[in-house]
Design a protein around this ligand. Structure first.
Ligand SMILES: [Zn+2]
Length: 75
């Protein structure tokens, strides 16, 4: 199957989010982990967090792509 974000090939091993390659699944996992820390400190909402990630110029490409994908799919 092809990754919904980058079109790259991926193989399911049962743990990955459906339709996303290993690299983007890892980026998504890091986003969610980081969000827990932020949310506890600041009470930020998930979509606000994702928007901040997307706007941050220091965010890595993979993480930014994953955040854009999540914003489109969870709003
Ligand atoms: Zn991908």
């Amino acid at each position: 199957m092809k990754c919904k974000i980058c079109g790259g090939e991926w193989r399911s091993d049962g743990e990955l989010m459906e339709g996303i390659c290993n690299r983007h699944a890892e980026a998504e996992r890091r986003l969610k982990e980081h969000f827990k820390v932020w949310a506890e400190r600041t009470g930020i909402e998930w979509y606000e967090y994702l928007e901040a990630i997307v706007k941050n110029e220091r965010t890595g490409k993979l993480v930014k792509e994953a955040a854009i994908y999540l914003l489109r799919n969870e709003l």
